[in-house]
Design a protein around this ligand. Structure first.
Ligand code: NZQ
Ligand code: ZN
Length: 394
């Protein structure tokens, strides 16, 4: 049974080799005059991408100011720096050159410049978002899907809190997707990205109620594609088709397509569980998801074993036996086996962290927003369940 839905994807996608050369005219088309070019800790400079972007801006007679230094699990202090710089320089557009961390930092700066006041209030659910400075993106890693999503996730160093906020106002005006820009990624980042891409669809696949037939087929096709090309890229990181499929999957997996018509926005418990790992231990987001997903799945599968069994059959060709519980466990095992095959962790120890009992208490508290929320739609998780999952994931 299909549920009513709204699908809003205002982002213009420019896909292909040398696509970044068009960035000047893309910003010109937005009627903007001065750009804050936001980037990460070094790769955009090292690869010469930044120089090519500046050339394109100059040709289009668009002024710019640079702000680099965004780190994975992007920090609130960098966002504050960007807001101050943007105000001082009078920028009217933000260009994010990088991955989810840079794009999310750009979105936060966009909120801050539009509204004034403390930007963290939007992440702390204290204020409502009513606008955002226009954002454009040049993607350098296929993973978070922020290039078409409405989300931004920021870490506040005070309290090591990683929090997300959503608003259609921050959906980028354009996404420049040149698969060749991802050739230089370290394998760990490529594979962590592959997991994140899969998870954005899987979170929408596991819902409390019904799902839409077409959406299930799209979701399963996307998951098969990512599994296939992750293995191709493991052997050959410069396989153009592999990079191209991964990049397009990144965008489609998190722009709403793979959840349209399903009975809720998705489960998202694994993501929320991971956010505390990122906030407290600064792990790569996709790797953190791989480390908790199997434990989460084994904890909740009895609420919908047939759904897990279907995932196993459609994505990993695990034949169903008619015993749904057994098939569900086989599907979860197949997912963990796949993670291992791409050198992703399947528990916290493999992720490289060994939280103490008191750190697990702290993660649990933070994950419930200090007792004010539950997680999940397929199975609702309260404090005890969250604590159990963190403990079992060790
Ligand atoms: O900073 P540089 O030097 O660029 O290095 C980055 C970084 O170390 C490197 N990298 C990126 N492109 C590269 C490259 N290295 C070599 N060559 C290239 N072409 O990769 C590392 C990871 O970058 P990051 O932007 O952190 O990766 P990702 O795209 O996975 O983003 C992760 C962040 O996005 C959030 C995550 O929580 C995490 O903070 N998410 C954002 C979402 C959204 N806004 O919709 C949804 C996701 O669920 C996720 O939560
Ligand atoms: Zn994610």
């Amino acid at each position: 049974m299909t549920t009513d839905f709204a699908y809003y994807t205002p982002t213009k996608v420019v896909f292909g080799k040398s696509a970044e050369a068009q960035v000047g005219s893309l910003i010109q088309a937005q009627g903007c005059k001065k750009v804050l070019v936001h980037y990460g800790s070094g790769s955009a400079k090292r690869t010469g991408l930044l120089d090519r972007i500046i050339d394109s801006l100059k040709k289009a007679e668009i002024a710019h100011v640079l702000l680099g230094g965004v780190v994975p699990n992007p920090r609130l202090s960098k966002v504050h720096e960007g807001i101050e710089l943007g105000k001082k320089e009078g920028v009217d557009f933000i260009l994010a050159v990088g991955g989810g961390s840079v794009i999310d930092s750009a979105k936060a700066i966009g909120y801050g410049l539009y509204h004034g006041g403390e930007v963290w209030d939007f992440y702390d659910q204290k204020r409502e978002i009513t606008g955002c400075l226009p954002i454009g993106t040049i993607l350098t890693i296929a993973a978070a899907g922020s290039e078409m999503s409405s989300s931004s996730v920021i870490t506040n160093e005070e309290g090591d809190l990683k929090r997300g906020t959503n608003s259609d106002f921050s959906r980028p005006k354009f996404a420049v997707l040149n698969p060749e820009l991802t050739y230089t990624l370290p394998t760990y980042q490529t594979m962590s990205g592959a997991v994140d891409i899969m998870m954005h669809t899987i979170e929408r696949y596991f819902v409390g109620g019904d799902s839409m037939h077409l959406t299930d087929e799209i979701a399963e096709g996307l998951l098969r594609t990512v599994v296939h090309f992750a293995l191709v890229l493991k052997d050959n990181p410069v396989d153009y088709d592999g990079r191209a499929n991964m990049m397009w999957a990144s965008s489609l997996s998190h722009n709403g397509l793979t959840g349209a018509g399903n009975s809720s926005r998705g489960d998202w418990a694994p993501h929320q569980l991971e956010h505390e790992l990122g906030g407290m231990f600064d792990v790569a987001h996709g790797a953190g998801l791989a480390a908790v997903w199997g434990t989460w799945a084994r904890y909740v599968y009895k609420t919908k074993p047939e759904r897990f069994a279907r995932l196993g059959e459609r994505v990993f060709s695990v034949k169903q036996t008619g015993d749904a519980d057994k098939d569900a466990l086989a599907a979860i095992q197949a997912m963990d086996d796949f993670f291992r095959s791409i050198n992703m962790p399947t528990n916290l120890k493999e992720l490289g962290i060994e939280p103490t009992k008191s750190q697990i208490e702290e993660m649990t508290e933070k994950c419930t927003f200090f007792g004010s929320r539950t997680l999940g739609s397929m199975m609702v998780l309260g404090k005890k369940e969250i604590h159990d999952i963190y403990t079992n994931a060790r």
